[in-house]
Design a protein around this ligand. Structure first.
Ligand code: HAM
Length: 424
């Protein structure tokens, strides 16, 4: 019969790899909590209108990449392509702003985008993200950027670059879009069909185009930061001031536009050189109008999300060692049925005392094969009991690193791990 495989663009994280994910996730929880963020968990599917209104009708995500389906009642739903819109929906729905002028929320979870799969781009990928809701002050933009930057730096990643831009506000962006339209209109036929669509739907998206000839056509065009209003300009300067105070190494990239429509003012990406085309490890920005556009109060926000799939690739590429999977403290070797019945419940008692233990489940196995297995698992010590040892009331303890072994009395092999520690 034909075997069923994981769906294109999705993959299994096998036990060998899962430790990397656990490490990155627990480090993220630790880091986010140090910055006083609290976890929020939102559903993986939402009403489709959330993303149409939140992320934007003209974006590639909404036009081409969403997994849309109807439930049995005919509701139009979709798998979340990103985390911010869902968190804002929850913020509004549960009135999280009441009594908390500033909310700091983080999330970890899978996102779904129907993109063309390639290295670092999957149809199901995992993001860790933070959202800081309720403040307009620029030093918090810098704090959010520095959080993403320091998380990545702390992993040991060296070649990371923060790209910073401002996409202005609804007042100044409109003016810039008009100027860009005028510029590109003359040469529109020279652009790729996608860019011709972008020209109509959201002209800023042309800067996202990876087609070389489009990039060349765009090279001399005016940049948005030359057109932002004085307030947006001042905001950007302040963000830069605080980034410098926090020692975040960054560069201005006036052509950085993001693939989501909700951004206002600050946008940023953190790039890792050495990952090819999919080199953004983290990205985010300010979204001061998103909450009101989703039906909430006029509350601003800023956040970022980082892609764990890509961070793992970057750590591997940098040859940074991952923490080892914790090895068993004790591997119990029962030689014979009687010994097995003695050790099986004892192993459980040690486990309930918090020691990581394994037992050789086949009591007929030869000692040398048990030891091979213990070695493979990198067990620290082995406790061996056969029928002969049981009759003599002793157990043999072997230290796996030195090979040293000794006998201890069975009554000393009690659940309190201390006795075993003492005797070994
Ligand atoms: P985004 O740039 O679309 O932003 O995604 C954030 C990060 O998720 C990217 O920088 C990348 O590392 C990872 N990523 C995105 N798509 C894929 C994919 N198909 N395969 C693998 N990794 C991927 C957002 O989603 C915004 N919600 C970020 C944000 C939070 N802005 C404000 N708050």
């Amino acid at each position: 019969m034909e075997k069923i495989k994981a769906v294109r663009g999705t993959r299994d994280i096998l036990p060998e790899e899962a430790g990397k994910w656990q490490f990155l996730e627990s480090k993220a929880r630790e880091f986010f909590s140090i910055y006083n963020y609290k976890e929020i968990r939102t559903p993986v599917f939402e009403d489709i209108s959330l993303f149409i209104r939140g992320v934007g009708q003209g974006t590639d995500i909404v036009r081409k990449e969403m997994y849309v389906f109807e439930d049995k009642k005919g509701r139009k739903l979709c798998l979340r392509p990103e985390g911010t819109a869902g968190v804002m929906r929850a913020f509004i729905e549960h009135n999280l702003g009441i009594g908390n002028p500033v909310n700091k929320l983080f999330y970890i979870g899978p996102m779904f985008r129907y993109e063309r799969p390639q290295a670092g781009r999957y149809r199901q990928h995992t993001q860790i993200g933070v959202e800081l809701i309720g403040s307009l002050i620029p030093c918090l933009d810098a704090e959010v950027i520095s959080l993403a930057y320091n998380y990545l730096k702390d992993l040991g990643l060296k070649e990371i670059h923060v790209h910073l831009n401002s996409v202005g506000c609804s007042n100044c962006r409109g003016k810039y879009k008009d100027i860009l339209k005028e510029e590109l209109h003359k040469r529109l036929n020279d652009f790729c069909p996608d860019c011709q669509d972008r020209f109509k739907l959201n002209i800023l998206r042309v800067f996202d185009c990876k087609v070389l000839s489009c990039k060349e056509l765009l090279s001399g065009t005016p940049v948005i930061t030359d057109f932002i209003c004085p307030d947006c300009g001042e905001h950007l300067r302040e963000v830069e001031k605080y980034l410098n105070l926090l020692n975040v190494d960054y560069e201005r990239n006036p052509r950085l536009v993001r693939g989501l429509d909700y951004y206002t003012r600050t946008t940023f990406e953190i790039i890792f050189l050495g990952l090819g085309a999919q080199n953004a490890l983290a990205a985010g920005g300010r979204y001061d109008k998103l909450i009101s556009e989703l039906g909430g109060d006029d509350v601003p926000g800023i956040g970022f999300a980082a892609g764990l799939d890509r961070i793992i690739m970057a750590v591997d590429e940098s040859k940074i060692p991952w923490p080892a999977f914790p090895a068993p403290d004790i591997y119990f070797v029962p030689l014979g049925a009687k010994a097995y019945d003695y050790l099986f419940p004892l192993c459980q008692k040690f486990r309930l005392n918090g020691l990581k233990c394994e037992i050789g489940y086949d009591e007929k196995r030869l000692l040398k094969n048990h030891l091979k297995e213990a070695d493979k698992l990198k067990a620290k010590k082995v406790v061996i009991i056969g029928d002969r040892e049981l009759d003599r009331g002793i157990a043999i303890i072997k230290m796996m690193d030195t090979g040293e072994q000794k006998e201890i009395k069975l009554e000393e092999l009690s659940p309190g791990e201390k006795e075993l520690e003492k005797n070994s």
